[in-house]
Design a protein around this ligand. Sequence first.
Ligand code: PLP
Length: 376
Amino acid sequence: MEKIHMVDLKGQYLKIKSEIDAEIKRCIDTTAFINGPQVDEFKSGLSAYLDAKHIITCANGTDALQLALMALELSQGDEVIVPSFTYVATTEVIALLGLTPVMVDVDPDTFNITAELIKSAITSKTKVIVPVHLFGQSANMEEIMAIAKEYDLYVIEDNAQAIGATYTFSDGTQQKAGTIGHIGCTSFFPSKNLGCYGDGGAISTNNDELGAKLQMMANHGQERKYVHKYIGINSRLDTLQAGILKVKLKYLDQYSAARSAVASYYDNSLAEIAEIQIPQRNPQSTHVFHQYTILVKNNKRDDLKKFLEAKNIPSMIYYPIPLNQQAAFKMISKVVGDLSVSSNLCASVLSLPIHTEMETKTQDYIIQTIKEFYAQ
Ligand SMILES: *Cc1c(COP(=O)(O)O)cnc(C)c1O
């Protein structure tokens, strides 16, 4: 059998090679490496896809989050509520800007932050909520937006893992994840659901004022050439990456469907194993399965991981340590509650290979091997 990968970027590339190669060639031919035409083409495409009025492209997802916070003109010590079970970038930018990350626990089924947990953490200093749509499904944005409205808070969605997921409100209306809060942030890191061939990120908003400000913030705070209204940063998406993303955006729904099919196949076979909890779905959101993450019960996660490794099956632990327990954040963050769900998840989650090119025979082998582990 061929080597099994967590993601198969080469196989995906080969299927759209001629289109990708043409965009790369076009970029080199025009030598417009910065702010070339593909950047605007991709921005329009993404704006239409997400149904978001303003798209600001930037250098990576971490910058997207930082820019979003910068645009809100917060003051030192203002509090930003985040889940403790997420990637470090979400919290890091809060701390970098002199704000206080307030860490709350997550739902044990969806692994996402909930309105209730957020509410328990609100103080007079709270200014922003950053829900993370972890592993590919949206948090309960309807409830989160209601709380934000009640307490006059901003909501920045960390949509790095859920681009393409659709959220359904109780009145039946639908919106793409990342377009419901005041600002949405995403990453085009190669292994993300919409990945480029290097680093990239984007911010979306439907607010004209924020849109204009974010655009300036990402470009040295520049209003027009050599006129700087704000202290900004330099964060750009390369033309080359925009060209690649423009092609891949056309296939995003197809990619999400392929991931979803892989997830269902895992579900059907793993559901019968009592010692595994398969990914639980939020009924209000579609799931685009950035990760297929199981919960391994009875302290067997590390043994299962080793067993799979010995059979040449990779797996990953997203995430091994809750952020509140990281040395960098211990001193500066505020913790609300005991965060026991996050700690438990860090000790028991395991992400299995999932990607757009997964073959049934590979999946059968992975499933068979997991069953072998439990039959020992
Ligand atoms: C990947 C990721 C980011 C950061 O994106 P980069 O492009 O790597 O900077 C932020 N938040 C979450 C949840 C992510 O998964």
